[in-house]
Design a binder for this molecule. Structure first.
Ligand SMILES: *Cc1c(COP(=O)(O)O)cnc(C)c1O
Length: 320
């Protein structure tokens, strides 16, 4: 069970180690939709995304024996970076398992953050087997990027920061993949303000949580490439927490196209002076394209900046 108190407790732990990211009024977006819009600039967080919040909280909640054995994860992306950084900070052993086909720059990136990298097999499933083995044979704790209560509570600290700045907020637009982020943020915001609505934003390619909610149970959705690469992947057929929490806490889910995500990255750069990755642009994109029309004050969560800079350059160079 996810309790508001878990999020309050997480904030005490997490806030020591992270940046309280800026929350700014967006003149451009407010003008475009005719209501007040703010941006929570979590792209400016340590390691370039919010994942460090959940990672720090998950590690802090391990018992001494678990701390001694360390943590293991699969992600080569933002979760891997966040967990590696958090483990290094807290002097905990961390192994990130990945397939031998992962590009060298990603491997080096994770190593530079202080984690061990274990290269196994030719795909994600074989890497998963090694992670499972490390957890069952060596007692290391597997940390899911989203389906873990301490991770969800850690991401929820973003909701507390938003509420502190805008107590009378009406709508929060939050990027959605596995749902750890939106469930934590929605729990925090709605516990403090019952009337607030939370809108999830996913890409229209392989939106696993959206399709699962429609089906009424976690389902397999084919993974597709997207500019919002941090949003790809499934929610797990054996999903423990985020499917149910999303059902309870999220008021609507809207989808954005690749073109709309590209325009969101363009907008973030030229109109908001922000470098954002694809997933970091989806909330902005949903507002610009009026996927859900808020009547009241909104915040768009800008959740990450880890994008290939050559790709970014070509996206912002194009006319929009
Ligand atoms: C992980 C991630 C998401 C999605 O978070 P979930 O908890 O899986 O919904 C969105 N944006 C960025 C930048 C991420 O790293």
């Amino acid at each position: 069970m996810l309790l508001f108190e878990d999020i309050v407790r997480a904030e005490k732990i997490v806030s020591e180690h992270i940046v309280t990211t800026p929350l700014v009024h967006s003149q451009a977006l407010s003008k475009a939709i005719g209501e007040r819009v703010y941006l929570k600039l979590e792209n400016q967080q340590v390691t370039g995304s919010f994942k460090i919040r959940g990672a720090i909280n998950a590690i802090s909640n391990l018992n001494p024996e678990q701390k001694k054995a360390g943590v293991v994860a699969l992600s080569t992306g933002n979760h891997g970076r966040g967990l590696a950084f958090a483990a290094n900070l807290m002097k905990i052993r961390c192994i990130i398992c990945m397939s031998k086909l992962v590009p060298n720059n990603k491997i080096e990136g994770i190593k530079a953050l202080g984690a061990e990298v274990r290269l196994v097999g030719k795909n994600q499933d074989e890497a998963q087997l090694e992670a499972d083995r490390l957890s069952s044979e060596e007692g290391m704790t597997y940390v899911s990027p989203f389906d873990n209560i301490d991770v969800i509570a850690g991401q929820g600290t973003l909701g507390l920061e938003i509420h502190q700045k805008i107590p009378d907020l009406n709508f929060a637009f939050v990027p959605l993949s596995g749902g750890g982020l939106i469930c934590g943020v929605a729990k925090a915001l709605k516990s403090l303000n019952r009337k607030l609505k939370v809108i999830g934003v996913s890409m229209d390619r392989g939106a696993a949580m959206y399709e699962s909610q429609k089906a009424g149970k976690p389902i397999f959705v084919k993974e597709e490439e997207s500019l919002a690469d941090a949003l790809t992947g499934g929610i797990g057929l054996d999903n423990k927490y985020t499917f149910q929490l999303t059902k309870q806490l999220v008021d609507d889910i809207v989808l954005v196209s690749e073109k709309e995500i590209a325009d969101g990255i363009h907008h973030a750069y030229w109109r908001e002076s922000q470098i954002v990755e694809g997933a970091g642009a989806v909330a902005i994109a949903s507002l610009l394209n009026k996927k859900f029309k808020p009547n009241g004050t909104s915040v768009a969560l800008v959740c990450g900046r880890n994008i290939n800079m050559e790709k970014h350059f070509s996206l912002i160079s194009g006319k929009s």
